[in-house]
Design a protein around this ligand. Structure first.
Ligand code: CAA
Ligand code: NAD
Length: 292
């Protein structure tokens, strides 16, 4: 199966990174967002990331322009009609994702492959919302997409072998190192990572140590690139909370349950780095831990 034109739906934190790496790998990319304002914000995020690569001498400025030219932006899903592969990176909500895939099912050609970047929902549920379950896979990228090498390629009990192989080769063509994962909520990485991040919040609430010291402990003690609170702010507090609710609903194990503090932060709009405040105040340099 030949992939030439790729659609990316949702151009937030992850969609912008995915669109960037796909365009860098010389595919034509159509990005679809909810409205002009979000599309513009997504385009700016990609522009900034490419400019950063230029400043660091990792990309020629002429090549940045070529990559940007390969990207087009729309607020109409019909613009994805002739894509060979559509990757969704919209909000972590099964109803929104099912509605999207059901609409795309009626718009795209019968051969088109649909992929989800979900962190915790099951691909099977989305596949069942289409008339092409055999052509639906998971392509789970990691944040920040231009840097992180892993892609989890997820197959359901319905995914066709040739579709899975095409998705796996596609991830390799992006310069990533794919692994095969079964369609269980959290795949491999989040199954292990999410309880760790939630435990850190629970221990913080119990007064074990401060935000800063827990982060310092995990970076200096274990060599992790970021501590759990910096990472939570980086992933997005709203997204982490949704992931936690979904995984708790699936496994009914306490370690996936959303800690009350996490829910309160969502209520207050403290979504992490993307909103300016989470566990840290990101308007300060270095970011300053906030009172919780
Ligand atoms: N976009 C593009 N490039 C970026 C970037 C971004 N947002 N952030 C950093 N980089 C690049 C820098 O340009 C730099 O490149 P060079 O080495 O070539 O100069 C490199 O990454 C390192 O960046 P910095 O020196 O600025 O900072 P750092 O050393 O602290 O690294 C980091 C930044 C790569 C993000 C590192 O802190 C890290 O690996 N953090 C952990 C990230 C992680 O765990 N991600 C997974 C989240 S979970 C997930 O994604 C799954 C889910 O479903 C929730
Ligand atoms: P985000 O909030 O930064 O971006 C989501 C974007 O989708 C927003 O710009 C929103 O306007 C757009 N959107 C929502 N509904 C849409 C629709 N129907 N059509 C078009 N656009 C729509 O979220 P994110 O962090 O980029 O997460 C996106 C997906 O990627 C989620 O499923 C999340 O679980 C997953 N994911 C997130 C991370 C992470 O670290 N944040 C890592 C891996 C996977």
């Amino acid at each position: 199966m030949k992939i030439e034109k790729v659609g990316v739906v949702g151009c937030g934190l992850m969609g912008s990174g995915i669109a960037e790496v796909v365009a860098k790998a010389e595919f034509d990319v159509v990005v679809c967002e909810m409205n002009e304002q979000f599309a513009e914000a997504g385009r700016n995020r990609i522009d900034k990331s490419l400019s950063r690569a230029v400043d660091k001498g990792k990309l020629e400025s002429a090549d940045r322009d070529v990559v940007l030219d390969r990207l087009s932006f729309s607020t109409d899903l019909a613009a994805l009609a002739d894509c060979d592969l559509v990757i969704e990176a919209i909000v972590e909500d099964i109803e929104a994702k099912n509605e999207l895939f059901s609409t795309l099912d009626g718009l795209c050609g019968p051969e088109a492959i649909f992929a989800s970047n979900t962190s915790s929902l099951t691909i099977t549920d989305m596949a069942a919302a289409t008339s092409r379950p055999g052509r639906v896979v998971g392509l789970h990228f990691f944040n920040p997409v231009p840097v992180m090498k892993l892609v989890e390629v997820v197959r359901t009990i319905a995914t066709r072998d040739d579709v899975f192989d095409t998705a796996f080769s596609f991830a390799r063509n992006l310069g990533k190192q794919p692994i095969a994962a079964k369609d269980n909520s959290g795949f491999v990485v989040n199954l292990l990572l999410v309880p760790y991040m939630l435990d850190a919040i629970r221990h913080l609430d119990r007064g074990v140590a401060s935000v800063e010291d827990i982060d310092r402990a995990m970076t200096l003690g274990l060599g992790y690139p970021m501590g759990p609170f910096t990472l939570s702010d980086f992933v997005g507090i709203d997204t982490l909370c949704r992931i936690s609710e979904i995984m708790f609903d699936e496994y009914r194990e306490e370690r996936y349950a959303p800690p009350p503090l996490l829910k309160r932060m969502v209520s207050m709009g403290r979504y992490g780095r993307k909103s300016g405040q989470g566990f840290y105040d990101w308007s300060e340099d270095p970011p300053k831990p906030l009172a919780l």
